[in-house]
Design a protein around this ligand. Sequence first.
Ligand SMILES: CC(C)(COP(=O)(O)OP(=O)(O)OC[C@H]1O[C@@H](n2cnc3c(N)ncnc32)[C@H](O)[C@@H]1OP(=O)(O)O)[C@@H](O)C(=O)NCCC(=O)NCCS
Length: 165
Amino acid sequence: MGMSVTISVATEQDAEQIFRLQYLCFQSEAALYGNYRIAPLVQTLDSVRQELVSDCVFVARLGDEVVGSVRGSITEDGAAAIGKLCVHPRLQGHGIGARLLRAAESALAEERGAKRFRLIAGHRSEGNLRLYRRVGYEAVGTSQGTDGVPMIVLEKAAGTYAATA
Ligand SMILES: CC(C)(COP(=O)(O)OP(=O)(O)OC[C@H]1O[C@@H](n2cnc3c(N)ncnc32)[C@H](O)[C@@H]1OP(=O)(O)O)[C@@H](O)C(=O)NCCC(=O)NCCS
């Protein structure tokens, strides 16, 4: 590939880069649903800063540039909610998304005691759903975002890794 992308824990200094990357990456989802009020697009920089303090946040870096991000936190029922997975459009399709997901899952299980992982995907986001199924997630229900987009809820038990992951 001729490039070396590393995955590491995000620092507070990464807030602006994560904020801008997320805004760029989720344009394709907004276009797919004709909805530019989806949560990753309306999240404020302050809210991203807060998540960096409270959540498990990972970034993918190419040199000094943040080219991918994901976060997760433990919910009231003890499952870990993973979200806002994104990879720069220029670097998608090289496994960075799957690596970010794996890093978040490991940290949430090992450092925060997660026994299950949960994430949501737009019902028409075929590529995203394929990625999640490939690494062992199964649809467990549906939900509706505040933006009105129907979402599919997927879960997997900690320690479940698909053979091809
Ligand atoms: C979802 C997202 C984070 C995935 O990131 P990614 O880095 O492209 O993910 P991966 O590379 O791990 O997997 C994507 C595809 O590349 C393929 N792939 C992975 N490694 C590969 C490699 N080394 N060579 C060729 N293809 C590869 C995967 O098999 C997968 O193929 P598929 O689409 O046919 O299933 C990215 O598309 C994104 O930012 N989308 C916009 C935001 C978004 O929708 N986020 C998710 C919200 S639920």
